[in-house]
Design a protein around this ligand. Structure first.
Ligand code: BGC
Length: 896
């Protein structure tokens, strides 16, 4: 058996609305033979599904490439659908059957194709200040519809309806981008929503990130203060006729029942203002509806949807209805989540119910919203009084586990009236990790939910307080963990394009992307940008995406931005190789900080120069990958100089680091800035520091993601495990033992005595410290990649079992297929390692601490009789086996 599965275009199964002129095709292969590799492939593109009208045929291409095949010699037309099939040959010249026919469809490729106008509710519509408008347009279709598409976007957020039904299943459209530079539009297939005769399209508009409140200091209307819609619908009838409906002066506007809807603050909804049938045929829009106004706004900024749409991904049932000591009526969702509550309620017209949202209860068990700062997270719903009313908010989301109920009849309220709708960018789940310890499994769960809560269209620091911004540092720290758990390539592609768009003329990188700080009179961060370890997201993130998905095109696209960042740094220091100036967040929230400071003790110039060296090393690698020979030479030299400057400044002649913190030792080791005796000394110093703190970390945002890696890499895997298993403060499991269901911002968000760290900055859903996930997957489970052959084409399986775990099991759905590495300690003292390697890849497996090749078995046979084994070598850390695709079970004794 040799077959082709999961053919995709631009990472997606049958995408529509693509804005990429030369899309890329990828597929996976399956075989019942071990060691199967692709020898050749053929892609055929046709204009029709049966494949009669062939537009492009690659012919048999002798190549083992099965991902990211760019159709660079095809020119794709706007709005057109293309069908394609793939087949492949293996090295035995066996050919797969043709894949199922798949398709992609282009969006509107040029701004000139937008025929409509930006439209907005007119002043005369009499909207209350915060009231969301609704817009509608009726039109007729005479004949049977063959196909129909809507292309739509908004200044603000929009929710579309066609003939009374929601268009699409996504929310928070058009998403958040650097709106002045780039604004996404969405494409919807609405063929099945249309009817012969009168049709009605309607929309609500909300303030969202465009006009709503963002950041602090009462900032709002950062991008603009007019909400507007731009829409184009293409209808093709069975009789060949075509119809285009656009946003234009024919539309009418009125006030909606949404009296206020704000990302941070929640929503006020008065169901009595609902106009039944307003987005359906037969509605009378003469009373209270006014012609829209045309707004002049650029269309040149329009880009097709790039990232995964935000959808309702889970639905949670609350676990408990409780009465707090203060007498508050509160429901517990059992999980700190992000999204909203779907509510069912019954009562008299005009009665108001209120839902307030909180992440935690206080020490006494009362409802606590101190850490939300100015974010209100409150839903007010006024009943229309007609039986059971179901309601969900529109343009707001809440970060919460507990919901305080006001206005409900205590004796009647039931848990079944409430459902937690979890929303985030709907990225495919790709990675799994499980092990024998329930607390570590809960930690893994918390990491996953930290991601779910903070990947709502942009990577945010937190989802609850008046912040929820795309902090670059946090995104940099967590990206590799995220790219294991979910398919994050589209999500970060969009965000990195915004990073490049918002990057300063001199290469500086704003603290948050999209950049809203220091804008419109936001004083706190005026003219501030470019902190070490934050701005480095410009380099680390595209490089990580390249490694994990082999996305060379994104790397090429971001290359100038990457370079601009290191050139910015070069221009900052007192000399060009040392970054010792400017503002930095430092080792944010480290525990060696001074009293009342957020900034850890590690010298800021030290961190800045260490990250400078690291970023230059990555730009150098990118230059090599992209074949930029001159740049590669230039950055190789810069790297040597920065590394030397770092050593001259921070490493004493006898090899001691001038900065004596845990984070300082970690960075020098992680970034390869010390060697020989200095490296040994640095390692020893780190161990000493850990001993002094009784094996507890003091690291903050900057040091923590790397701490366990440097321990495992430098012969102290046992200490890495010790840190992982600590349950008292400060440790990853401390919060788990305190009942956390997401990752906390602070090691002591809730202290031993049950009090809070503080009110002003205490998120219980902050993914940064969840970066330990990367170590769990790459070191504990042991699934890694060879950087020289990205996207796991050459897999490195190198598990490092340790004290406290009997087994660990990691799985990753890579671009080539499922990779698995699972180990078990057996009763006879041996280790069993189950490995799965996808077709068309190879893997280098390290059997840790195995010493005698003749004692190793694979599926019960001696190694030298097992199939698919390409090479066996004895190395310092064990036995290295190189294998081709297939599933393998190794068993071996470990030397102590
Ligand atoms: C955010 C952090 C961010 C930091 C900058 C905070 O307010 O929540 O996660 O990285 O500011 O140091």
């Amino acid at each position: 058996m040799f077959k082709i599965t999961d053919v995709r275009c631009e990472y997606k199964v049958n995408p529509i609305g693509l804005g990429i002129p030369h899309p890329r095709i990828s597929w996976k292969l399956e075989s019942d033979q071990r060691g199967t590799r692709q020898l050749a492939y053929q892609i055929v593109v046709s204009a029709d599904e049966p494949g009669d009208e062939v537009l492009w045929d690659s012919g048999k291409v002798m190549s083992d490439a099965s991902i990211q095949i760019e159709l660079d010699s095809m020119t794709c037309e706007s709005g057109k659908r293309y069908y394609y099939r793939v087949r492949a040959w293996n090295e035995q010249e066996e050919c797969t059957a043709w894949s199922d026919t798949a398709y992609w469809e282009m969006g509107l490729l040029s701004p000139q194709e937008w025929e409509g106008e930006w439209i907005q509710a007119p002043g005369v519509a009499g909207l209350e200040t915060d009231q969301c408008p609704m817009l509608r347009r009726s039109f007729r279709i005479e004949g049977k519809v063959k196909s129909a598409r809507i292309y739509a976007t908004a200044l603000g957020l929009y929710e579309l309806k066609l003939n009374g039904r929601k268009v699409g299943d996504s929310y928070f459209n058009p998403g958040w981008t650097s709106y002045h530079e780039r604004l996404q539009y969405q494409t919807y297939d609405v063929t099945n929503l249309l009817q012969t005769g009168e049709n009605v399209i309607g929309t609500f508009l909300g303030t969202g990130w465009y006009k709503g409140h963002l950041a602090w200091e009462g900032l709002h209307s950062i991008y603009g203060d007019q909400l507007a819609l731009l829409l184009q619908m293409h209808v093709e009838l069975e009789n060949g006729e075509r119809l285009t409906i656009v946003s234009d002066g024919e539309w009418k506007a009125a006030g909606s029942p949404i009296l206020m809807s704000e990302i941070y603050h929640g929503e006020n909804y008065d169901a009595r203002l609902e106009q039944a049938g307003w987005s359906e045929a037969g509605f009378n829009d003469r009373d209270g509806w006014h012609p829209v106004e045309i707004l002049s706004h650029s269309k040149d900024i329009l880009v097709a949807q790039e990232s995964d749409p935000v959808r309702i991904v889970n639905e949670l049932k609350p676990v408990e209805l409780m009465k707090t000591p203060k007498g508050e009526l509160v429901i517990d969702m059992g999980q700190n989540m992000v999204g909203w509550v779907r509510l069912e309620v019954e009562g008299d017209a005009g009665k108001e119910v209120m839902l307030e949202h909180a992440e935690v209860l206080d020490r006494e068990g009362n409802f606590y919203i101190g850490n939300l700062r100015k974010a209100k997270q409150t839903i007010r719903y006024t009943l229309k009084g007609k039986g059971v009313e179901a309601y969900e908010p529109h343009f707001t989301f809440q970060g919460f586990r507990y919901v305080k109920l006001t206005g409900f009849d205590e004796s009647k309220v039931r848990l079944e009236q409430f459902k937690g709708m979890v929303l985030h960018s709907d990225m495919e789940r790709t990675g799994y990790f499980e092990c024998s310890d329930p607390l570590i499994n809960q930690l893994q769960h918390n990491i996953e939910w930290g991601l779910k809560g903070n990947f709502l269209d942009v990577p945010t620091d937190c989802p609850q307080r008046d912040e929820r911004l795309g902090w670059t540092g946090d995104a940099q720290m967590f990206i590799r963990t995220a790219a294991y758990l979910h398919g994050t390539v589209d999500f970060f592609t969009k965000w990195l394009r915004d990073l490049a768009a918002d990057q300063l003329y001199n290469g500086g990188v704003p603290f948050v992307i999209p950049n809203v700080l220091g804008k419109k009179g936001g004083e706190e961060f005026k003219d501030q940008h470019s902190s070490a370890a934050w701005g480095d997201a410009a380099v680390i993130n595209p490089w990580t995406i390249y490694l994990v998905y082999g996305d060379k095109r994104l790397l090429a696209e971001q290359y100038d931005s990457m370079k601009a960042w290191v050139e910015y740094i070069r221009s900052q220091g007192e000399n060009e190789f040392l970054w010792n100036t400017g503002f930095h967040f430092g080792d944010w929230l480290a525990l060696d900080a001074k009293e009342n400071s957020y900034v850890g003790a590690t010298d800021r110039d030290y961190i800045a120069t260490a990250f400078y060296a690291y970023s230059v090393s990555l730009v150098l690698k990118a230059a090599e990958v992209l074949n930029k020979v001159d740049d590669a030479e230039k950055y190789a030299e810069l790297y040597r100089n920065v590394r030397k400057a770092f050593q001259d400044e921070f490493v004493t002649p006898s090899g001691r680091l001038a900065v004596g913190t845990q984070t300082a030792q970690v960075l020098a080791l992680m970034f390869g800035l010390v060697e020989g005796p200095a490296k040994e000394r640095t390692t020893r110093k780190l161990i000493e520091l850990l001993e002094e703190s009784d094996y507890h970390l003091t690291t903050g945002f900057v040091g923590t993601p790397y701490l366990n890696f440097v321990l495992s890499d430098n012969g102290y895997n046992d200490i890495a495990y010790k840190l992982l298993f600590q349950q008292d403060y400060p440790s990853w499991l401390y919060q788990v033992t305190k009942g956390a269901t997401t990752i906390w911002e602070h090691w002591d968000g809730i202290k031993e005595d049950g009090t809070f760290w503080s009110d002003d900055m205490n998120s219980f859903n902050h993914y940064a410290y969840g970066a330990i996930g990367d170590w769990l997957y790459r070191v504990v489970a042991g699934i890694d990649l060879d950087e020289t052959v990205p996207a796991y084409k050459r897999i490195v399986i190198k598990p490092q079992p340790g004290e406290g775990l009997h087994w660990a099991d990691g799985r990753l759905e890579s671009m080539y297929g499922m990779i698995r590495s699972a180990w078990h300690k057996l009763d006879d003292g041996k280790l069993r390692l189950d490995v799965t390697v996808p077709v068309n890849t190879t893997a280098e497996i390290l059997l840790p601490a195995a010493s005698d090749e003749s004692q190793v078995t694979e599926s019960g046979k001696p190694l030298n009789q097992a199939e698919g084994i390409e090479k066996v070598e004895t190395v310092e850390q064990g036995i290295r086996v190189t294998i081709g695709s297939g599933s393998y079970t190794f068993e071996f004794a470990q030397v102590k």
